[in-house]
Design a protein around this ligand. Structure first.
Ligand code: ZN
Ligand code: MN
Length: 152
């Protein structure tokens, strides 16, 4: 976790490098993302940021999040029919998603270069630019009793 001023400096530099302005709204959204590990939805960011900036709108939060993603300061995690979640951590790590409550947890680790190379080889004519590994299962609060647990 970095201090508020370090976070603001990082934000300012990344915004300016992308030709974007530093605004209090963007800063509030980024500060929240930088200090949480819950991978919030836009609505959740809105509810958290609104306590400090009561006039902010959900649309502004949504646009700020997209700006942060565009500047490489956040990662958007999309889930088919579910709404997107945002991650302020951009260093390599995996995710684990609870199939019951849909909570997304950070998992340490990244694929080794050799593993990525072999995936790239099997991809044939598809040009691989990245990967995402997500484990699915149950968080500690949702895990069913052992005799009900079905694994694949
Ligand atoms: Zn859960
Ligand atoms: Mn994460």
């Amino acid at each position: 976790m970095s201090s508020k001023s370090t976070t603001d400096v990082r934000l300012r530099e990344a915004l300016e490098a992308s030709g974007q302005r530093f605004t209090e709204q963007r800063a509030a959204v980024f500060r929240y993302l930088a200090r949480t590990d819950v991978h919030p939805t836009a609505e959740e960011v809105f509810l958290a940021v609104r306590t400090r900036l009561p006039a902010i709108s959900l649309a502004t939060v949504y646009k700020s999040l997209e700006t942060l993603v565009g500047c490489g300061l956040a990662v958007k995690l999309t889930y088919g029919d579910h709404s997107a979640r945002y991650d302020g951590r951009t260093d390599p790590h995996h995710h684990a998603r609870c199939v019951s409550c849909e909570k997304v947890l950070d998992m340490p680790g990244e694929l080794l270069k050799g593993e990525i190379d072999s995936l790239r080889a099997t991809a044939g004519t598809f040009t691989v630019t990245g990967y995402r590994l997500e484990l699915s299962g149950y968080c500690p609060e949702c895990v069913p009793a052992q005799d009900l647990l079905v694994t694949t």
